[in-house]
Design a protein around this ligand. Structure first.
Ligand code: PMT
Length: 401
């Protein structure tokens, strides 16, 4: 089976000596029946001609943000929506810097900024430029946006120097593209469930007990799963986050509702429990608002542990059950205890003693503890929650495979 058959790839060629390799890349992709649209930056046209690109891709070449013909035919937003994948090859130091800062002063950078698609970059530049601190920083930023970097290779350069910075060979870029679509296809057959956010346990119609969870970590995990092709159900307590349409979102308020929604969503292949579920609920909720002078005597009872319920399910236990643990002290001991008590496959522990990460922050730092002793426990140091999510999903895919 040709995994690339009729896939739509938007190829962006930037101005560097290795732009000539992009012609070979187009030829290889066309051989796989890929539909290719191409954007040439102003400097790319000094290295390859629009005519040669158009002849090989059998498509019109786009080059100008303010060309009314281009915009009438396919505007810069539609161009990025059209693609299944955006490939930037070669990606120069200048384009990398522009993308990392969110600049959008030409068609290529505008399309990328407006894109909601997977973006692959094949950097190409002189070794010193590649090793420069600013390029390293920019690449790190692009990785944090979820862009994938292919190469660069080490070798003799067109400028006469030797080192890392050569654009990966077209065959290698083709291979990475195939791997991506192949994995996406496999993931499309898989179902994932994520719980996120806090729960509200009502005392009376207007008051409840809750916690500081914003849902950011769980939503980011669901977004990463969808991006990789998983059919994803997100069961969320009350949050203010807006999400991707491709996620099947079930909104709940209480732990009981979260349990019911979880039960209805089974079976799944992987379940990730990042919600901060209240351990207790009010035994007898007041049906009318409690008055200040009422004698307040709240009786609590335990909520069902949803993670525990799922990981001990006889027939519907997912292949991979992942719990979270928010800890302020004895992180290692407490997390390992939860791993065993809740019978899950991994526990992802966050240190929430530091108020700037964890609950209601855009950042997190986690340690992953595995039940399978053959896999080494690991720590993901402080990063954006979106980056932590990407790394978690990388590991999920690895284990499900
Ligand atoms: O939402 P954010 O602001 O982005 O913050 C993210 C987070 C810190 C809330 C998240 O990363 C996290 O750590 N979630 C788990 C929080 C927690 O309080 O865990 P716990 O130790 O109470 O529970 C352990 C595990 O059991 C969790 O996977 C939890 O979802 C699950 N659980 C707990 C109780 C219960 N009744 N049902 C459950 O499923």
């Amino acid at each position: 089976m040709n995994i690339l058959f009729q896939k739509k790839i938007l190829l962006i060629i930037c101005g560097g000596i290795s732009a000539y390799k992009s012609l070979e890349l187009i030829r290889l992709l066309k051989k796989q029946d890929v539909q290719i649209k191409t954007i040439l930056t102003k400097n790319a046209k000094k290295f390859v001609t629009p005519l040669s690109v158009a002849s090989l891709s059998q498509e019109k070449v786009y080059d100008d943000l303010f060309n009314s013909d281009n915009e009438a035919e396919m505007d810069h937003i539609s161009l990025s929506r059209w693609a299944d994948l955006i490939l930037i090859a070669p990606a120069t130091a200048n384009t990398i810097a522009k993308l990392s800062s969110g600049s959008s002063d030409d068609l290529a950078s505008t399309v990328i900024l407006a894109s909601n698609k997977e973006i692959f970059l094949a950097p190409a530049m002189n070794v010193r430029m590649w090793e420069h601190e600013s390029t390293k920083k920019n690449i790190k930023i692009l990785k944090s946006y979820g862009y994938r970097i292919i190469g660069p290779d080490i070798g003799d350069m067109a400028c006469g120097e030797f080192g890392e910075g050569k654009m990966s060979e077209p065959q290698e870029i083709l291979f990475e593209t195939k791997v991506y679509f192949d994995q996406l296809n496999k993931n499309k057959k898989l179902k994932a469930l994520v719980t996120a956010g806090p729960t509200n346990e009502y005392i009376d119609p207007v008051r409840f007990i809750t916690n500081k969870s914003s849902g950011k970590q769980g939503y980011a995990i669901a977004q990463s799963l969808v991006k990789r092709g998983f059919q994803t159900t997100l069961i969320s307590g009350p949050t203010n986050i807006k999400i991707n349409n491709n996620i099947d979102l079930i909104k709940v308020k209480t732990a009981d509702e979260m349990l019911k929604a979880t039960q209805k969503s089974l079976p799944v292949d992987v379940a990730i429990f990042s919600a901060a579920v209240a351990d207790y609920k009010i035994k007898e909720k007041n049906s009318i608002k409690i008055k200040k002078n009422d004698n307040l005597n709240l009786k609590l009872e335990k909520n069902v542990d949803i993670l525990n319920y799922v990981s001990n399910h006889n027939s519907l236990r997912p292949k991979l059950v992942i719990g979270f643990a928010a800890e302020t002290n004895n992180i290692l001991e407490n997390a390992k205890k939860k791993l065993i008590e809740k019978n899950c496959d991994w526990i992802i522990a966050n240190d929430v003693s530091n108020e700037s990460i964890g609950f209601d922050s855009n950042f997190n730092e986690v340690s992953i503890f595995y039940k399978n002793k053959k896999i080494k426990d690991e720590k993901l140091t402080i990063k954006k929650k979106s980056e932590i999510s990407e790394e978690i999903v990388d590991r999920v895919i690895e284990q499900l495979n």
